[in-house]
Ligand binder design. Structure first.
Ligand code: SOE
Length: 380
């Protein structure tokens, strides 16, 4: 059967523009879906750079004004890969124009903006999703299946961290392409919205909603030259953040993130301790899931390292043969596949904007708690 085209308009061409474009290009070769993404147009302010990006990834045309892209009749879906401070404006305009929206994480600068964005997509009834890609690492999806099947029993503890080391040098500027994550005006926050947001999204997905938090943050380098103004300016982001949390299900959690952990590039890990079993996962070894089951026979009891590459593991029968692993970029392909499946079946894949608002609300509570030095309830 001929596939239905889904015409993509991509806004932005950085790291995520590349990751998403790669996913659109791969998905139809590996997943048998009713819809087929078509790379119709790429959009960014710099005409030469967006042309080069479009040529590399196979976009048919370019725009330098996102409003023109959204107005185009030949575009079905808008993919927002811009810095966080323009997510809201673009998503609201795209929703008003009736476009499907795929928005890069975090959803917004804060919960207030996120709420307005949820209202916009729900009023317009446009399909929407936020790119929290780590849910779709096969080992993480497998962890979800194990938890949902009840194999862990009651959950007592959730522990997550996301460590990097790329901002330690005080000479590193803030702002502009590539470095907007250091500029609070463009990013909204530092590691909380950029890295902990991933940990929080996965945690809510696996273990349910978070009720309250107690956090601390630090900005180790207090001022940096700004790429756009050329002046040395105060740094407004959190360089590091650690917080305690209580989940609705009664379990306790610790979360930690920093960009000052020398030696760590993208060390995202989580561990969950339940009544019968524990699960642990590590992004640096992303195809393995560690599993300890107390119900195993006494002398043989111990941590198993499951190579999540068998045909019966999530997503894996779409790729190569059992035992051959896949990687980071495939998580985006899985997200596109699930999103397209959701379009076809009418059962939307998550996280929708509404799901991602929960993460945004936890981030807000974390930042508020760090400021007030008080336990803080998460807004609902
Ligand atoms: C920051 O360095 C970053 O690229 C995040 O923005 C991504 O979301 C994360 O997956 C990896 O690190």
């Amino acid at each position: 059967m001929a596939k239905k085209p889904l015409n993509i308009g991509m806004i932005g061409y950085g790291f995520m523009g590349r990751a998403h474009s790669n996913a659109y290009r791969q998905v139809s070769q590996f997943f048998d879906l009713e819809y087929r993404p078509v790379l119709r147009a790429a959009c960014a302010r710099d005409a030469n750079k967006v042309k080069a990006f479009a040529d590399t990834w196979g976009y048919e045309s370019t725009e330098t004004d996102w409003r023109k892209l959204i107005a185009r009749k030949d575009i079905d879906a808008i993919d927002v890969c811009t810095p966080n401070n323009v997510h809201r404006e673009i998503c609201e305009a795209a929703a008003a124009a009736g476009k499907i929206i795929l928005c890069e994480k975090p959803l917004a600068m804060n919960g207030e903006e996120g709420r307005a964005m949820v209202a916009a997509v729900e009023a317009a009834k446009v399909p929407n999703i936020v790119w929290y890609n780590y849910r779709r690492v096969p080992a993480v999806t497998f962890a979800k299946q194990l938890i949902d099947s009840g194999k862990l029993g009651r959950v007592f503890h959730y522990r997550a961290k996301f460590l990097q080391d790329w901002t330690i040098s005080p000479d590193l500027p803030q702002g502009g392409a590539g470095l907007w994550r250091l500029d609070v005006g463009a990013a909204g926050s530092g590691v909380t919205g950029d890295l902990l947001a991933h940990c929080i999204d996965t945690a809510i997905w696996l273990n349910g909603r978070i009720d309250s938090v107690s956090a601390m943050t630090e900005t180790f380098v207090k001022q940096r030259p700004h790429t756009l103004t050329g002046k040395v300016e105060p740094v407004g982001i959190d360089d590091a953040c650690a917080f305690l949390a209580r989940f609705d299900n009664g379990s306790l959690a610790t979360f930690e993130s920093t960009r000052y952990a020398r030696g760590h590039k993208a060390l995202y890990t989580f561990e969950i301790n339940g009544e019968h079993a524990s699960i642990a996962w590590d992004l640096h070894d992303l195809h393995r899931l560690s599993w300890f089951d107390h119900r195993d026979e006494g002398p043989l009891r111990g941590w198993r390292s499951i190579h999540v590459t068998d045909g019966e593991h999530p997503y894996m029968n779409k790729w190569w043969v059992p035992g051959l692993q896949i990687g980071y970029e495939h998580t985006f392909t899985h997200q596109v596949a699930d999103f397209l499946e959701g379009l076809a079946t009418g059962k939307p894949a998550g996280p929708t904007f509404r799901d991602a608002l929960d993460t945004q609300d936890v981030c807000d509570a974390v930042l508020a708690s760090a400021k007030s030095q008080q336990w803080t309830p998460v807004a609902r």
